[in-house]
Design a protein around this ligand. Structure first.
Ligand code: HGY
Ligand code: MN
Ligand code: MN
Length: 428
């Protein structure tokens, strides 16, 4: 039975540093108070559940010999000093926020594996020519505010102007959410790391896809992360009485949106296998049974390994939506909210990680493109990045059925320690 009191690491099974304890801790954090909802996992950025989770993670980081801090964007950062004080750091991490009705391992597993590798070296009294920092990014999913990767952008120095005017579904502004924990929006860009402070970034993450399981592999090495667009579409029709408005005179915003969703699906299906197009969020107004919908707002998420393929699909979607809007006499606005370019992982780091995997696992690691977005695609603006994928059952993710085999996670732990020791050998 895993104790739900995660603030005191001693209350958890005494399994030592390694993948099994990382999985145990993910499970322990998968329930209240580490979720905003009692019967499913939802840990939005800057929520009470987020703070409770960050506090427990900080306790585990400190128990692993790290000093911890919360940066100006609300991320949690743990630091394990190198052989010399103020040495530049190898950064290991992922995100601690979640989607709604999430699995327990997306993001969190990569943060906790970082804690585990540091715990191992602290227990051995081993230090390196670099510090090791473990970071829990606060907002990778974008499940609370309209854009994602907000806090890794702050760390990477990409938040040139402060993101004003953003509100969550309850109308709480980013500014107010930050103020709840004593942080100020205008200081958010101060989370940026100085050039040279971070030597490299390693992110371990569940694959969130079926390839490793299909090929019976515990881990894989990521070569690149797909490009992604996120759009906001609003459809303005005319609300009317459901009983008296003739079908021939309607300007039904929801019927138009429904046709748009199917058009988006058809375009997504028409390209190469790594082209995907998703409508994941849709709101209807006024949203009552006896009124013809007057307004619909929905999201579009378009991705492909090649940005040109993504861009062409997005252009085709825009053309299709504009044509159906004219035909249905509704007005439609499709606004780009986020453009994350395709991100190659650093070749030298990826080779080092592949060698570590080959040495640890004993066979050639699978190299693969990530369709899922990760903080690594943003951190690449700050330092060279590499990613290690871990098999997840059925490739299921963004779903409470997300599951990992602790022995796979132990393999990933060993690959990461091997990578760190090899990286030390290549340190300038
Ligand atoms: O959407 C993604 O790809 C990531 O899980 N945030
Ligand atoms: Mn995710
Ligand atoms: Mn993730």
């Amino acid at each position: 039975m895993i104790s739900s009191d995660c603030s005191d690491p001693a209350t958890l099974p005494a399994s030592g540093p390694g993948g099994v304890r990382a999985v145990e801790r993910c499970d322990a954090l998968g329930i209240a108070p580490y979720s905003e909802e009692p019967d499913r996992l939802f840990r939005p950025y800057l929520s009470a559940a987020y703070r409770a989770t960050r506090d427990s993670l900080a306790g585990w980081m400190q128990a692993a010999g790290m000093k911890t801090r919360v940066d100006a964007a609300g991320n949690l950062v743990g630091r394990y000093e190198g052989l010399t004080p103020d040495a530049p750091a190898l950064l290991i991490g992922s995100h601690i926020d979640s989607v709604r009705d999430a699995g327990r391992y997306d993001g969190m597993l990569g943060v906790l594996l970082g804690v585990e590798v540091v715990a191992r070296y602290a227990a051995l009294g081993q230090r390196f020519p670099f510090a090791i920092e473990v970071i829990g990014f606060g907002d990778e999913e974008g499940s609370r505010f309209p854009v994602s990767m907000l806090t890794s952008r702050a760390v990477a120095g990409l938040l040139k102007d402060v993101p004003t005017g953003m509100q969550d579904a309850a109308g709480v502004s980013l500014q107010a959410a930050l103020a709840e924990e004593g942080l100020e929006l205008e200081h958010m860009p101060e989370a940026a790391r100085k050039p040279g402070e971070i030597l490299a970034y390693l992110e371990a993450h569940i694959e969130q896809g079926p390839v490793l399981e299909a090929e019976n592999r515990a881990v894989g090495v990521v070569t690149a992360i797909a490009a992604q667009y996120r759009f906001r579409v609003s459809v303005q029709g005319v609300a009317g009485h459901a009983g008296t408005m003739p079908m021939t005179l309607r300007q039904d915003a929801l019927a138009a949106a429904a046709e748009a969703v199917l058009a988006i699906e058809t375009i997504g299906q028409s390209g190469p296998s790594d082209l995907v197009a998703t409508v994941g969020q849709l709101t209807v107004a006024p949203g009552v049974p006896n009124v013809v919908p007057g307004e619909v707002v929905f999201s579009i998420d378009v991705r492909a390994g090649d940005a040109a393929v993504r861009n062409a699909a997005a252009a085709e979607i825009r053309t299709a939506l504009e044509a159906l809007a004219v035909r249905r006499k509704v007005t439609l606005d499709m606004t780009l909210q986020q453009d994350l370019p395709a991100t190659p992982c650093d070749a030298a780091l990826t080779n080092l990680l592949s060698n570590a995997a080959r040495t640890t696992i004993g066979d050639e690691p699978r190299r693969m493109v990530s369709g899922a977005g990760h903080d690594a695609m943003v951190v690449a603006a700050l330092a060279p990045v590499c990613m290690l994928f871990i098999r997840c059952e059925g490739g299921i993710s963004h779903n409470p059925a997300e599951a990992v085999d602790p022995s796979d996670v132990d393999q990933a732990f060993l690959v990461m320690t091997r990578f760190i020791e090899d990286f030390a050998g290549h340190c300038p």
